[in-house]
Design a protein around this ligand. Structure first.
Ligand code: IVH
Length: 669
C-alpha cells in the first residue's frame, strides 16, 4: 500500500518536474495548465496525507512558505569572483593578444550575454538543489535557498543521471521587464518607493523574508558557469549544453567564436538586438572555451584571466537643465522632475527626467542652466547622471528643493530616514484629493465603473466630491448635467457605487490608500485582523508581529488612524454599507479555542472540503497534522476513513470527531 503511494508520489514529482521544465525552460508545454494543476493537486493531497514522504525538493514546495527566514551567512566553497571589464574594441583586442601570448596553442572563445541581475551560486547534491547563496562579498553570501526554491526555472531535481554527485552552478537571477513594470505599478499605487531598475528589484526580492511573496514576483534565472570536481565535458560550451539537458535554463544566445573578429561581430549584433530581450543585459561575457586552457591562464586576486566582460555603452546624451518641476502624488509624496532642452536618446526624444528626491539633487550638485548628462540604461525613465561643471555659468543658482507644496502651499515635511518630502495636507491638497479618489475607484480597489480621472476632475472642480465618501452621496440629478455624461452613464456610476458594498474588506482597506498599504499588505492585514476596528486598536508592537509588516508600515497605519478626519471618513463609508469586516470566507483568526490542539483529518466530508476544514482548524488556533501519533488530540473523521487509521486511533485512544462535533466545537453551525 505504502509502496504504491510512494511510487505514485515519485511518479507525479517526476512528471511535474518534466512539465515545469518544458514550460519554463523550453517554453514548449505539452499539457494544459488545467491538467498540470490537477496533477499538482493530487500530489499535494498525497503529500499531505503521507507526511513521511515529505521532500523539500518536491514541485509542491515551490509556492513558498510564510515562515520568516533569517538569512544565514555561508562561505563559498569557491570564491565568487568578478570579471575584468572592457569598454572598447581596443581593450578587447588587448585581451586577445594577452591570451595569445600565454597560450601557445589555438583556442576558441565562447560569447554569452551578460545578464544584469543578482548573481547566485547553486549547489546540487545527488541531483537535488541543496543550497542557493548570493554573491555577498565574494567570500561569503546569504543563504537564500528558501526563496530561490520558488523560482520556477531553477530545477529542484535534475533530469538524467550523468551529473556529478556534487557540483555548483552559477548564474544570474533576473526580473523580466514586464514583471518589473507591473511591480512598480503596484508600488506606485501603494505609495511605496519605486525600484530604479530590474536589478535592484531582483536583489530586493531575493532578500525578502517571506518566500511566498518571492514566489509571487516571478523571477527567472539564467545559468552560465559550472564548478566542481567531475564536470562532464572538457570545455565550457559542452558543460553548458549538459547543464541544459539536466534542466537548467541556459541562454540560447551563446556563440562559439574562432577569432576576436567573430567576437566583435557577436557584440555588434547584440549591441542593438538586446533591446528585444525580455530581460536586462549590460554587456557580453567572453570566455576561453577549453577548461584546460582556463586553468593554464589562471586567476588574478579578483577575476579569472580567461574571461572578459565587454560592457555595452549606456546610451548617453548631453543637454541643458531648464527647470525643475515638483509633482504631488496621491500620498502627498513630492517628486522633482527635471525639464530638459529636448535631446535624442536611444531612439526617443527626451525632455524630462526624474530626479527622485532631494538627496539625488544634492549629490548631483545641480544648478539651473547646467549642462547635464542623461542616460538610459536598463531603466525606462531616463536619468541625469552628472553635470559638466566646467560649463557652469558663474552666477548659476543651485537647485533648491521646495519647502512648501506647489499645489496648496502647505509646508512640506520629511520624516527622518526617508528620502521623500511629503505634503501633509492630505484632505485639502487638490492632487492628493483627486489621486485618492482615483485610487479608490480603480479596478483593483473598489472597481467603480464609468468613473475615470476626467470625471473625477470634473466632480472635484464643481465641488461635488471632496473625498471618497462624497461619491456615495452623488445623485443622478447632479451627474446627468455634467459634460459628456448622460442618463445612461450616470446610472452606471450609481449602480456601480451601490454594488461596491459587496467589495470585500481587504480591498476596501487597500482602497483607503493608506501609505505603504498596497494590495498585498492590505490582504495580509485584513486576514490577520478581520476588521477595521481591530486593526485600528493595534499597537505598533502588535502590528509588527504581522507577517511582512515592519516599522515603516506600522507607523504609517498608526499615523493614518490618528487623524480624526480619517476616522470620520471611515464611519461615513461604513454608514453607506461598505465592508469593514472580513466575511466568513476571509482568513481572520477567529478564536483560540483550538490552541495547542493537534487534529488529524481523515475521510470525506459533507459540508466542507478537507482544505476548508484545515483552514478552519488553523483559524481557531489549532494545528492540522498529517499522521496520527501520541500527540494527536482528535481525529476529525469523515466517511470512508481508512481502516489502518481507525485502528491506530483506537490503539492510542484518540477521540474521533464528526464534522458536526467539530463545527460545534468551534461555534460554527
Ligand atoms: S561568468 C568567474 N557569465 O557578471 C566568472 N558572469 O562582472 C564568473 N554575469 O558576478 C562569471 N552574465 O554576476 C558570467 N554570462 C555570464 C554573466 C555573468 C552576468 C555577472 C555575474 C558576475 C558579474 C561579473
Amino acid at each position: 500500500m505504502n509502496i504504491e503511494i510512494s511510487n505514485r508520489i515519485k511518479r507525479l514529482r517526476k512528471e511535474l518536474n518534466e512539465h515545469n521544465y518544458r514550460y519554463y525552460v523550453l517554453s514548449e508545454p505539452s499539457i494544459s495548465d488545467f491538467e498540470f494543476d490537477m496533477k499538482m493537486r493530487e500530489l499535494e493531497q498525497l503529500e499531505q496525507q503521507h507526511p513521511e514522504f515529505f521532500d523539500p525538493n518536491s514541485p509542491t514546495q515551490r509556492v513558498g512558505s510564510d515562515r520568516n527566514l533569517e538569512f544565514e551567512q555561508v562561505a563559498h566553497r569557491y570564491p565568487m569572483l568578478s570579471l575584468t571589464n572592457a569598454y572598447s574594441e581596443g581593450e578587447l583586442r588587448d585581451f586577445d593578444q594577452r591570451v595569445r601570448r600565454e597560450l601557445e596553442t589555438g583556442f576558441e572563445y565562447v560569447c554569452e550575454l551578460k545578464f544584469d541581475g543578482a548573481s547566485i551560486s547553486l549547489t546540487y547534491e545527488k541531483g537535488s538543489l541543496v543550497r542557493a547563496v548570493t554573491r555577498g562579498d565574494g567570500e561569503r553570501g546569504d543563504d537564500v535557498t528558501a526563496n530561490v526554491r520558488t523560482i520556477a526555472s531553477i530545477p529542484l531535481m535534475l533530469r538524467g543521471n550523468d551529473y556529478p554527485p556534487q557540483f555548483e552552478i552559477r548564474g544570474e537571477i533576473v526580473m523580466p521587464f514586464p514583471v518589473f513594470e507591473e511591480l512598480n505599478l503596484q508600488r506606485e499605487e501603494a505609495g511605496e518607493p519605486l525600484f530604479a531598475n530590474p536589478r535592484n528589484a531582483t536583489s530586493g526580492t531575493l532578500k525578502m523574508q517571506n518566500s511566498a511573496m518571492v514566489a509571487s514576483r516571478k523571477l527567472d534565472a539564467y545559468l552560465y558557469f559550472l564548478l566542481g570536481e567531475n564536470l562532464p565535458g572538457a570545455t565550457h560550451y559542452e558543460n553548458l549544453k549538459k547543464a541544459r539537458e539536466w534542466g537548467f535554463k541556459v541562454s540560447e544566445h551563446i556563440a562559439l567564436c574562432q577569432s576576436v573578429d567573430e567576437v566583435l561581430a557577436f557584440i555588434a549584433r547584440w549591441e542593438t538586438a538586446r533591446f528585444q530581450l525580455p530581460v536586462a543585459t549590460d554587456g557580453i561575457v567572453i570566455k576561453i572555451n577549453s577548461l584546460k586552457q582556463q586553468e593554464l591562464l589562471g586567476f588574478t586576486a579578483k577575476s579569472p584571466k580567461w574571461a572578459l566582460a565587454y560592457k555595452f555603452k549606456a546610451e548617453e546624451a548631453t543637454t541643458t537643465l531648464l527647470s525643475v518641476d515638483y509633482q504631488v502624488g496621491r500620498t502627498g509624496a513630492v517628486t522633482p522632475v527635471a525639464n530638459l532642452e529636448p535631446v535624442q536618446l536611444a531612439g526617443t526624444r527626451v525632455k524630462r527626467a526624474s530626479l527622485h528626491n532631494a538627496d539625488i539633487i544634492r549629490s548631483l550638485d545641480l544648478h539651473l542652466g547646467d549642462t547635464v548628462f542623461v542616460e538610459k540604461g536598463g531603466e525606462i525613465i531616463p536619468k541625469i547622471t552628472g553635470t559638466d561643471v566646467s560649463k557652469r555659468h558663474p552666477m548659476a543658482q543651485p537647485v533648491q528643493f521646495i519647502t512648501t507644496c506647489p499645489e496648496c502651499g502647505t509646508p512640506l515635511v520629511r520624516t527622518e530616514g526617508e528620502a521623500a518630502h511629503y505634503c501633509p495636507n492630505d484632505t485639502g491638497c487638490p492632487p492628493q484629493i483627486k489621486g485618492k479618489i482615483e485610487h479608490f475607484i480603480s479596478r483593483k480597489a473598489m472597481n467603480i465603473e464609468g468613473l475615470g480621472s476626467e470625471t473625477v476632475e470634473l466632480l472635484f472642480s464643481k465641488g461635488l466630491v471632496n473625498n471618497v465618501a462624497d461619491l456615495y452621496d452623488l445623485k443622478a440629478e447632479q451627474l446627468v448635467p455634467l459634460e459628456r455624461m448622460g442618463e445612461k452613464s450616470a446610472a452606471r456610476i450609481l449602480e456601480s457605487l451601490e454594488t461596491s458594498q459587496t467589495v470585500p474588506f481587504s480591498r476596501v482597506l487597500f482602497a483607503l490608500g493608506i501609505r505603504y498599504v498596497g494590495e498585498t499588505v492590505a490582504k495580509t492585514l485584513a486576514s490577520a485582523t478581520g476588521s477595521i476596528d481591530r486593526l485600528k486598536s493595534l499597537s505598533k508592537e502588535e502590528l509588527t508581529t504581522i507577517n511582512e509588516v515592519g516599522d515603516r508600515i506600522a507607523e504609517s497605519i498608526l499615523d493614518y488612524f490618528s487623524n480624526p478626519r480619517h476616522l470620520e471618513l471611515i464611519e461615513r463609508l461604513r454608514s453607506k454599507g461598505l465592508q469593514f469586516e472580513s466575511d466568513s470566507q476571509d482568513n481572520s483568526l477567529r478564536s483560540n479555542v483550538l490552541e495547542g490542539i493537534s487534529i488529524v483529518i481523515s475521510g470525506t466530508f459533507n459540508r466542507y472540503s478537507r482544505d476548508e476544514l484545515k483552514q478552519l482548524i488553523e483559524l481557531h488556533g489549532g494545528k492540522n497534522v498529517g499522521s496520527i501519533s501520541k500527540k494527536t488530540n482528535y481525529i476529525l473523521a469523515g466517511e470512508n476513513m481508512g481502516p489502518s487509521k481507525l485502528e491506530k486511533a483506537r490503539q492510542l485512544n484518540i477521540p474521533l470527531l464528526s464534522e458536526e462535533d467539530f463545527l460545534a466545537m468551534i461555534g460554527n453551525n
